[in-house]
Design a protein around this ligand. Structure first.
Ligand SMILES: [Zn+2]
Length: 398
């Protein structure tokens, strides 16, 4: 249904460069245009233009976004959190409604794509996948969404989950997830046999939550890399959180970064609270892919989070002691460029042929936008203005 559309954004500073005009034709940047085409003109007002961010790890099915405040009860363990999450879910609004509200907020703050995990377990069936898919499909013109079928309650420890994970692929999920093969299932090879078997049989990517730290965590990461290489799945496997990597330094870190880069295993990190944050500079220097996500947003697990990825870049920078302008900008490159790579999207570098998914930010530089957590003033999706000042335009793109 591609309609002819032409937009000129006048006077913006791509990634802080000197001000220039951006010319967009049917959703992609072009070199320039002849004057005889009818064009829409947007005054950029000298604002900073940034590639639209990507949220590489988020759980919209758990969120309370748009609903009443949830006063969370104290819990003392991971098992307690999981049980509490499951117990309050029944009283929450339908998934499509809550997830949809969160997706709208993320879109209005510039997110162009997300990898979203949806809980799959015998007690939920596929309700979360279906609800999230419905929310995503309703916004497909505004946001790309990959859905991971996520076994929050375990794979082997929740019998029947294996069948549901595969079924989820027929009902809207794109990837298969995993969860602490040792820490949750107590069986490294049992869970990994199942996940990699599915990846091979169904030709899908894997994204495995791994909170396990220490030697066990590192062993599981090493085994995931080994299996990825053995099955020729380079570029199709992600380890999310990968807390164990945060314990490494020196030659051990270099060796692990080389292993991940060589195997084509990506890592996502969320820079949450007191959680360990992966050493992203060493990993990316080695050529490993590191993308950034929100994780849970305002859900039974945590009252925090907002799905605003410029804000997430700030949190990553803060947690990793970014100090120089380049260190600050590097955090945004993970959010935008590496996130796009992870989801198989073209990067946005403001060059001809690239997708015109961008945000305009009223900040002097990338570094200052990150430090000051400046929210985007304008969001452009495929060459069309879709949001201003954190609010979606009524009636869709204009
Ligand atoms: Zn997660």
């Amino acid at each position: 249904m591609e309609r002819y559309h032409h937009l000129r954004i006048e006077g913006v500073r791509p990634l802080g460069e000197t001000a220039r005009d951006l010319v967009i034709h049917n959703g992609r940047f072009v070199r320039d245009t002849t004057a005889d085409v009818i064009e829409e003109v947007l005054d950029g007002g000298g604002m900073l233009a940034l590639p639209a961010p990507v949220d590489a790890h988020i759980h919209p099915d758990k969120t309370t976004w748009g609903g009443p405040w949830l006063s969370r009860e104290p819990t003392e363990s991971l098992a307690g959190l999981i049980a509490y999450d499951a117990s309050v879910r029944a009283d929450m609004a339908p998934v499509a409604e809550r997830a949809g509200a969160l997706l709208d907020h993320a879109i209005a703050h510039g997110t162009r794509a997300m990898r979203a995990h949806a809980d799959v377990a015998p007690q939920y069936g596929l309700d979360n996948v279906r609800g999230l898919r419905a929310a995503a499909d309703a916004r497909a013109h505004l946001l790309d969404v990959q859905i991971v079928a996520f076994p929050q309650l375990g794979v082997l420890t929740a019998p029947g989950t294996d069948v549901l994970l595969e079924k989820a692929l027929d009902e809207g999920a794109d990837l298969v997830g995993g969860l602490d093969p040792v820490g949750v299932d107590g069986d490294r090879d049992g869970q990994l046999d199942l996940l990699f078997g599915l990846a091979e049989r169904r030709g899908v990517e894997l994204d495995i939550h791994l909170h396990d730290g220490g030697a066990s965590g590192l062993d599981q990461i090493t085994e995931i890399a080994r299996r990825t290489t053995a099955l020729g799945l380079a570029g199709r496997v992600t380890v999310s959180h990968a807390f164990a990597l945060a314990e490494l330094e020196g030659p051990e870190l270099t060796a692990m970064a080389d292993l991940l880069a060589g195997a084509g295993v990506a890592v996502t990190t969320c820079a949450l609270g007191a959680d360990p944050v992966v050493p992203h500079a060493a990993l990316t220097r080695a050529g490993a892919r590191v993308a950034v996500g929100s994780d849970g947003v305002c859900d039974p697990w945590s009252p925090f989070g907002n799905a605003e990825m410029l804000d997430r870049a700030h949190l990553l920078a803060y947690r990793t002691d970014a100090r120089t302008d380049d260190e600050l900008a590097a955090c945004y490159r993970l959010v935008a460029d590496q996130g796009a790579d992870l989801l198989g999207l073209d990067r946005v570098g403001f060059r001809p042929g690239e997708p015109a998914d961008l945000v305009l930010v009223d900040a002097p530089s990338v570094a200052e936008a990150i430090v000051r957590r400046t929210a985007p003033s304008v969001v452009v999706r495929a060459g069309r203005v879709i949001a201003r000042n954190g609010t979606l335009l009524p009636g869709g793109p204009a």
